[in-house]
Every structure is written in C-alpha cells, then in structure tokens.
Write a protein that binds this ligand. Structure first.
Ligand code: ZN
Length: 450
C-alpha cells in the first residue's frame, strides 16, 4: 500500500470511527415514566374512520394526531401469519415472538421476562389496566406466564401473587380458585396485600403506597367493563382508572404503565362500527391522561400507542356514502345484523369476524420516541421500550427462571395447575388460526375473543 493509500485508508477509518461514535453518542433518552397503550384490534382503518367522523362532525381530532412520531408494526406470531392477542401481547411485552394462545412463554414453554417485571426489578412502579378483565390475554402477558390464555383461574392466581402496584378496569374472569377448598383469587389477592376498590369515590380517596385492585362496581359479561356505549354516570371509565393510576404511581424511580383498550377488538369481532367508535374514543380519553401528564414531565416521559393486530378487516367502501352520525350517533352497543347494515350506510364494511394479518400503526411521543418511526416487527417495540428504560438490568424477553421474577415474589405452590411448570398436556395452539366466524353467536360480543 502506498503512503497515499495508507493516508486515504486512515482517513476513511477515522471517518468511520467518528460516524460510529456519533451514532453511539446519540441520546439514548432515559424515560422515567413509560406508558404503553394497546388498542386491541385497532387497525389503521379504525383510527382513520373515527378521525374522519370527528372531522366531519366538527369535533376535536383524536389525540394521536398530536403525536410527533408515527411508524408501522408487523403483527404476525410464531405460529401464524394472523396473531391472537396472547402472542401479539407477548411480543409487545417481552420482545419475543411466540405461538398463538401462549402468555409470555416461548413456543417450547420457557418463561419470558416481561417489560413490567424488568421495570419492577429496577424499582419502578407498575400499573396494568384494561377495559376487559384483568386476566384476559393482553393484560396477562405483562405479569403472568401460562401455556393457555384460557386458563383464567391460573392467570388470576398469578395476578393475585404478583407485585404489580395497580390493576385497574375490568374484574377477574378467573376469580374462582383452581382447586376446590382453596380461597378464590380475589381473596388470595387481598391476603397478599391488595386493597380492592370498586367505586369512583373509593378510587379517588386512595393514597399512594400499597397494591391496588380497582374494579368498576358493575361489570359486563366476562368481567369486562361495561361497553363504552352502555356506560352509566357512576361507572368508572378507562380514562379515570388511568388518571388514578398515574396519581398513585408517580415517584422518583418512575413507572411503567400498560393500558389496553380491549373492547375495540370485541366491537370489531361483532362488526359493530358505532361501538368500535365509542371504545376507541374511550381509549383516546385514557391516552389524553398520559399526554396531560407528559406535559408536566416532557423530557422524562415516553408514550407509545399501538395495537396487537387488526380485527374485522375494516375498509371504506369505494365511492360510498359517508355518514359520520352512524359512527358517532349510536347510544347502545349493537352486534346484530343491523350494525353491519349501519356500517355500510356509514361508507364502510367489515370483511372479517376475526383478526387479520394487517400491519398496525405505532405512535410515540416524548423521551426516546424517535426510535419508533419506520416499519418494525412487533417484537421490536418491547426492545425499544426497554432501551428507553435503560439500566433496568437484563433484557426483556430473556428466558429466566421463575425465582428471577420480581413481579412474582411469592411463587404459588408447585402443582399441576402452575402454568410456569412444564405442561402435563400438550399446549393447545393456534387459537388465532381459525378466527370465529361469528363470535357474537357464542357470546353476543361479551365473551372473550381471540
Ligand atoms: Zn380478538
């Protein structure tokens, strides 16, 4: 190599080193307060339809419009191009893709460490909220490990044994004990130190400190919150649970809060456009609580909003009429054929009663938000949130032993029902492979859906 060649090479190397160091020096912003909002089944067309209706009605747009960063997320699971909420949630909670039906475990049954567990081990407070039951798949993937999303009693037992600081929203589908003679899982939670509140006043009077299980005083089918369209004045909406959670968990070491708009999915399974709109608006109100908080803590708050998958295959009718009142006008949920006809009158149609494999949107605001731009796998969301919470120890998604789970400080007695043990029977898989053709017939939209 000539001297000139050596100089050129040295210059290139220097430039390379500079560019590497610049890339490495990019602020890996540490977010003290982290929110992950999951609109279950909330595809981009659902968001666009509601935004379009709001604009036509002269109402304020969704708060998502204010988010500076927007990306897309691929949603498939390890077992199917179309994910269910268990595998989709596991990807978001752990950064690892798994089979449909599995709750924060790998396809071969290893326990996956979750963002919530990692946050807890770093001294953060943890809040898990949902408009459906708190042991349903999406909330469960943050604190439980189970081969079968339908093992509600087992998941609720893990909830009762967990170190989560605040649960809010729906109740427990698996309140009954797994085995005769055992206390039910609500009693178990109380024995483990959870304070249970069921009214707006009791929620407002709670002081920070201690573990909280906050339910609405009345629950709909499958222990979910009443549908947003059927809410009565004394019901506690998702946004109010979110506001209470923020107030109770704010502390120097920060928090990780996951809020699920779970009934967006149920309304889309029912092909009920009006109910979907109401659920999405209720979810929007919950996001607004976090956005208001972030304005007071702008440089230390990260808010990520996304979905686990799309439900219903919603699409606009080409050249069709558009009637925003069909989306914004209904005053009660409607899963009948009338709802389908109403969707068409609004200029839309559902092409499925199940989930689809469509990509979904990701919105981000605040500390580290820029990482969420562009197209990414669902597994990358958890990894990026982990990076934003840097310094929290081992990575989310690493398979670790049961004893290493700070969110499960009191592992239950080892018995056949303990889902963290190897399965005695082969796990049921592929629940998302055959989305129900008509879930409303099975439960009028009030039953748990994939
Ligand atoms: Zn679903």
């Amino acid at each position: 190599m000539t001297l000139t060649g050596k100089r050129t090479w040295a210059r290139c190397l220097a430039l390379l080193l500079v560019s590497v160091s610049v890339a490495g020096a990019e602020p890996s912003a540490r977010a003290r307060y982290v929110f992950l909002f999951i609109g279950d089944g909330m595809g981009s067309n659902q968001v666009a339809a509601v935004d379009r209706a709001l604009a036509a009605a002269g109402r304020d747009p969704l708060v998502l419009r204010e988010f500076p960063v927007r990306g897309m997320q691929r949603t498939r699971s390890a077992s199917d191009e179309i994910t269910d909420s268990a595998a989709g949630g596991t990807a978001l909670a752990t950064g690892v893709r798994t089979d449909n039906g599995m709750i924060s475990m790998t396809p071969d049954g290893s326990v996956l460490r979750t963002l919530a567990e990692e946050a807890k081990s770093a001294g953060r407070k943890v809040g898990i909220l949902s408009s459906v039951s708190l042991d349903h798949a999406t909330p469960a993937v943050f604190y439980a490990h189970c081969h079968r999303r339908g093992s509600y009693s087992e998941i609720a037992r893990q909830l009762a044994d967990s170190a989560v600081d605040f649960f809010g929203g729906g109740g427990l589908a698996g309140q009954a004990a797994e085995h005769p003679g055992e206390p039910d899982n609500l009693q178990r939670a109380i024995s483990n130190g959870f304070v249970v509140v069921r009214t707006r006043q009791a929620l407002a009077e709670l002081a920070p400190g201690g573990k909280v299980l906050a339910f609405n005083h009345r629950l709909a089918g499958s222990a979910a919150l009443p549908s947003a369209l059927d809410t009565l004045p004394d019901d506690i909406p998702l946004a109010e649970f979110t506001g209470a959670c923020i107030r109770l968990l704010e502390q120097d070491k920060g928090f990780f809060v996951m809020v699920e708009g779970g009934k967006i999915d149920w309304a889309c399974h029912d092909n009920d456009l009006g109910s979907m709109t109401a659920e999405l608006l209720a979810f929007d109100q919950a996001i607004r609580q976090a956005v208001a908080f972030s304005r007071l803590h702008a440089d230390e708050t990260l808010i990520v909003v996304t979905a686990d998958h799309e439900t219903g295959g919603l699409e606009a009718l080409p050249g069709g009429p558009f009637s925003p009142e069909v989306l914004l006008g209904p005053t009660r949920s409607d899963s009948s054929l009338t709802g389908e006809m109403l969707a068409r009158r609004a200029g839309y149609r559902f092409t499925s009663r199940g989930h689809t494999g469509a990509d979904v949107c990701v919105w981000a605001l605040g500390s580290g938000a820029g990482e969420f731009a562009g197209v990414q796998d669902n597994t990358e969301i958890a990894r990026k949130i982990r990076a934003a919470m840097e310094g929290d120890g081992r990575g989310a998604g690493q398979a670790v032993g049961v004893g290493d789970h700070p969110i499960q400080p009191t592992p239950g007695p080892s018995k056949e029902g303990n889902c963290r043990n190897p399965p005695l029977t082969p796990p049921r898989r592929g629940t998302g492979k055959n989305p129900p053709l008509n879930p409303s017939k099975e439960g009028n939209g009030k039953e748990p859906t994939p």
